[in-house]
Design a protein around this ligand. Structure first.
Ligand code: SF4
Length: 222
């Protein structure tokens, strides 16, 4: 096939190839175990600087101890710290979790909000976490930009239209990608980039020799 010459063309081929490599919807591809938006929000806050596998080890006991925002809002911080200790940064994460639950309970009637503008007012919740909740828990448009999405967007030439200084800015990259990805696909596209970034296009040693995207971008990555 001919090599796509524009970010839009490259985004289209990337979407197609990664959809073949990682089939399924956002709810299936998200590795954080959860049964509700509240549980997903909790797990996503815990996943900062921590693997999904480790988060999944601690959340069953956490969810059993605090099954809803009201319970977590009234939690003893030391007990929460104990339960989440192995995820790292456990003191600040415990503060965020209790603050999040308090905000959800007091300001949103115990329901995790759906709008990004509301989500980012909650302690511990930025655009990335808010977009995870929107896309995975609610099936709404939302494109989380993490370190993998930033790196791959640059390597794949998806953000060539941004000024070089803007290519490291997650908000600017999110908006640039939103212009290239149809709303229903945004969350799952982010998850697929993350999976590809972990498995193949790693930060230090991208495995271009076995990459399903290498044939049509051979020089866009240098
Ligand atoms: S060809 Fe290499 S740099 Fe490009 S997406 Fe694949 S692994 Fe990453």
């Amino acid at each position: 096939m001919g090599r796509p010459r524009t970010p839009r063309g490259r985004a289209r081929v990337t979407r197609e190839r990664l959809a073949e490599a990682f089939p399924g919807g956002a709810d299936q591809l998200c590795a954080l175990r959860h049964d509700s938006p509240f549980q997903l929000l909790t797990a996503t806050i815990l996943s900062a600087q921590c693997t999904d596998v480790r988060v999944n080890l601690v959340t069953p006991a956490l969810f059993a101890a605090y099954p809803d925002p009201a319970a977590l809002a009234g939690a003893d911080p030391r007990r929460v710290e104990e339960l989440i200790r192995t995820t790292g940064f456990f003191r600040s994460k415990a503060r965020s979790l209790i603050g999040m639950a308090t905000a959800v309970e007091d300001r949103f009637g115990g329901e995790v909000p759906r709008e990004l503008a509301d989500l980012i007012t909650i302690p511990g919740v930025g655009r990335k976490t808010g977009n995870v909740v929107r896309s995975v828990a609610y099936g709404l448009p939302g494109l989380p930009v993490d370190t993998h999405v930033l790196r791959l967007s640059g390597r794949l030439g998806l953000i060539d239209d941004l000024a070089p200084a803007a290519r490291a800015d997650p908000v600017k990259v999110e908006h640039a990608l939103n212009a290239l990805v149809p709303p229903p696909e945004r969350g799952v596209f982010s998850l697929r980039l993350i999976l590809h970034g972990r498995a193949t296009c790693t930060a230090r040693a991208p495995a271009c020799g076995r990459c399903g995207l290498a044939d049509f971008f051979p020089s866009a990555h240098q």
